[in-house]
Design a protein around this ligand. Structure first.
Ligand SMILES: NC(=O)c1ccc[n+]([C@@H]2O[C@H](COP(=O)([O-])OP(=O)(O)OC[C@H]3O[C@@H](n4cnc5c(N)ncnc54)[C@H](OP(=O)(O)O)[C@@H]3O)[C@@H](O)[C@H]2O)c1
Length: 312
């Protein structure tokens, strides 16, 4: 069977690079879109996986048409960094506008299947935070273009990646011996490993029953936010009970309201207000999705711990 040519935007990120590896492991030809022509590390990584390369810096509003030429499947894992960004690379510019450009140009280039990675809570929280609304704007626009062109449109909505939890929870427990939750930390989540999401997306390409739908997906285990810190402490082997700090919600709400008011004049403040509101939303709502994958957070934390421990 001939494998479809796949083009990926955001190929160098946490999920994107795992997806390139998974597709290549199944001998699927991949064109990886990179932002930076001068980053040798990214180019070497993608070359080593056997991907061909294309370069589009979305903040420069370049065209994707060359990168997409011949692609039957177009996938976007593109997202803005959200910290230290300006108006050309914030979530309106990248998560919404660049993703829309990519999706629409994919359809024009003749792609038969467009896959967009969005967020678990996006649909429910879009009225509450502009961060979610920006991402959902891309879902709406690409969905409409695909329907008109008769192309399949698949939306992947993962809960949260292990990367986020290892970076924030594990590092904080390891470096400071403390863990911080927003609110009381009692909301539940089943986070998912990037490799498991990559397998799921790759399956969507070959399985017509999975394509053309929305999928909310999470990992095999569910935790409260508080339990995630306790798990990190257990793996690290903290000699004393973990100190869990709680950030009350009301100061965050006040800050978000103030930033929102300043946001009438300043895009930067509007952006901060949206991120704060999204943080409040995701800390006060469960994010438990259909389970998929096999990777456990315990093992992820162990490998993170062992990576920094000197070999004996
Ligand atoms: N993190 C989570 O827990 C989570 C949960 C649910 C859904 N998601 C969604 O999953 C998707 C992938 O997330 P991730 O954590 O893998 O993101 P990530 O690691 O931050 O990767 C983002 C990718 O977008 C690229 N990018 C950013 N700005 C660009 C620009 N101006 N031009 C071209 N490319 C640009 C980055 O390129 P560089 O590497 O060159 O910067 C990188 O390849 C996103 O849509 C995200 O919203 C994430």
């Amino acid at each position: 069977m001939t494998q479809p040519q796949v083009c990926i935007a955001g190929a160098t990120g946490y999920l994107g690079s795992r997806l390139v590896a998974q597709l290549r492991a199944r001998s699927i030809p991949v064109r990886a879109i990179l932002k930076d022509r001068n980053c040798e590390t990214d180019q070497c990584r993608m070359n080593a996986l056997g991907a061909t390369l294309a370069f589009v810096d979305a903040s420069l509003i370049g065209s994707y048409s060359e990168a997409l030429s011949g692609a039957e499947v177009a996938i976007s894992c593109m997202a803005s960094g959200n910290v230290h960004v300006d108006s050309t690379n914030d979530f309106w510019a990248i998560d919404r506008d660049a993703n829309i450009r990519f999706g629409l140009e994919a359809v024009c280039a003749g792609a038969k299947h467009v896959i967009l990675v969005a967020t678990f809570e996006g649909r429910d929280s879009r009225k509450l935070t502009e961060f979610s609304d920006a991402k959902e704007g891309a879902v709406d626009a690409i969905g409409a273009a695909c329907r008109q062109a008769g192309a399949a449109f698949t939306v992947i909505r993962p809960t949260a990646y292990f990367s986020d939890l290892t970076n924030r929870a594990f590092d904080s427990v390891q470096k400071k011996g403390t863990y911080t939750v927003i609110g009381d930390g009692s909301c539940r989540i089943n986070p998912i490993d990037g490799d498991d999401v990559a397998v799921f997306i790759t399956d969507c390409i070959s399985d017509p029953k999975q394509a053309g739908r929305e999928h909310q997906i999470g990992g095999p285990e569910t935790f409260t936010f508080r339990e995630i810190g306790l798990l990190a402490a257990e793996v690290i082997g903290l000699p004393y009970p973990l100190k869990v700090r709680s950030i009350p919600l009301w100061p965050l709400r006040v800050l978000a309201a103030m930033a929102g008011m300043a946001g009438c004049a300043l895009r930067k403040s509007r952006r901060s207000a949206a991120i704060l509101k999204w943080m409040i939303y995701s800390s006060t709502h469960d994010a438990v999705a259909v389970t998929c994958g096999t990777h456990r957070l315990y093992d992820e934390f162990c490998s993170k711990r062992d990576a920094v421990r000197p070999a004996v």
